[in-house]
Design a protein around this ligand. Structure first.
Ligand SMILES: NC(=O)c1ccc[n+]([C@@H]2O[C@H](COP(=O)([O-])OP(=O)(O)OC[C@H]3O[C@@H](n4cnc5c(N)ncnc54)[C@H](OP(=O)(O)O)[C@@H]3O)[C@@H](O)[C@H]2O)c1
Length: 268
């Protein structure tokens, strides 16, 4: 498996690494042949299919960093009693990887979705609590209820403009909000709102931007996957010639987990 930022092998990502991102600015991986520097590759665990393994480098490493990035290398989350809680937004690639990792680590998982059907699927993967963010637009209140008013210890902020303000209202004191994506937009709605400084301060929150993760963390994660026999959730596999349809399908948001394009073969 190729690491995302090809030069990011250990520790904090630096500006120089941004010149070596697969897909931006380097060519992406929708290609039949490609040479990678050996140091930028990670071994696929034996029990995984290629379709499953290709889900790991972006979605899973990002989810891994959201949960474990602040912990010492080699000591990922293993909740035995405290029941650290994680709030995961949506049921896309990063979210479902996060759900699988958090569940295997014993964390209490709360997941949101616009679809009750997807929430049922999430329960089968071990989601402890589910919230439909369409029928419950004030989902932050429900997160507080579900955590006995303590708030979630870790939040996967994949929504952005329409979700961050709500995340600040249901984060635990001293909690971690991981800024991962902006599926609901980049610009805040105009109107009266508290400054981010105040929002972070009032619950002593850490707001952490995530840009994937280094190779050393990818390898740490792969070991955890193997120990727990986690199989990435592949929603649908498209053939190489169907890559455009695959992207349209991804954009439609109908998927649960990951959408895969098989190199040199048909879909299923
Ligand atoms: N920072 C990084 O290193 C990094 C790495 C990977 C991805 N990302 C970013 O993280 C985000 C998620 O990536 P992904 O690959 O998981 O995307 P994805 O698979 O396309 O996720 C789509 C799902 O997100 C949910 N969603 C959409 N709008 C939402 C909203 N307003 N509130 C809550 N959930 C919403 C929907 O779930 P339901 O259908 O269940 O409602 C949708 O199906 C993207 O913005 C992506 O660019 C960042």
């Amino acid at each position: 498996m190729a690491i995302f930022n090809q030069s990011h092998l250990a520790g904090q990502i630096k500006e120089k690494d941004m010149a070596f991102g697969l897909g931006l600015p380097l060519p992406g991986c929708l290609t039949e042949y490609r040479c990678f520097p050996a140091e930028s590759l990670v071994s696929v665990p034996d029990y995984m299919t290629d379709e499953e393994a290709c889900c790991l480098p972006i979605a899973s490493v990002t989810a891994w960093m959201a949960i474990n990035g602040r912990r010492p290398l080699g000591q990922p989350a293993k909740d035995v009693s405290g029941r650290e809680s994680v709030l995961i937004q949506g049921t896309g690639g990063v979210a479902i990887a996060g759900l699988q990792i958090a569940h295997a680590a014993g964390l209490k998982t709360i997941i949101t979705s616009s679809s009750d059907t997807k929430l049922e699927q999430a329960k089968k993967l071990g989601a402890d609590e589910t919230i439909n963010y369409r029928t419950q637009p004030d989902w932050q209140d429900e997160v507080m209820n579900l955590t006995s008013n303590a708030g979630a210890d870790i939040i996967f902020e994949t929504g952005g403009a329409q979700t961050l303000r709500k995340s600040f209202d249901c984060i635990a004191f001293g909690g971690l909000i991981n800024c991962i994506g902006y599926l609901s937009g980049k610009e805040d709605a105009p109107g009266d709102r508290l400054n981010t400084n105040v929002l972070a301060l009032r619950r002593t929150v850490t707001l952490k931007g995530i840009l994937n993760g280094p190779k050393e963390r990818f390898e740490e994660m792969t070991e955890f996957y193997a120990q727990n026999k986690i199989r990435p959730v592949v929603d649908r596999v498209f053939g190489f010639e169907e890559a455009k349809e695959a992207l349209k399908y991804l954009y439609s948001g109908g998927h649960f987990g990951k959408v895969v394009v098989r190199v040199g073969g048909g879909g299923s």
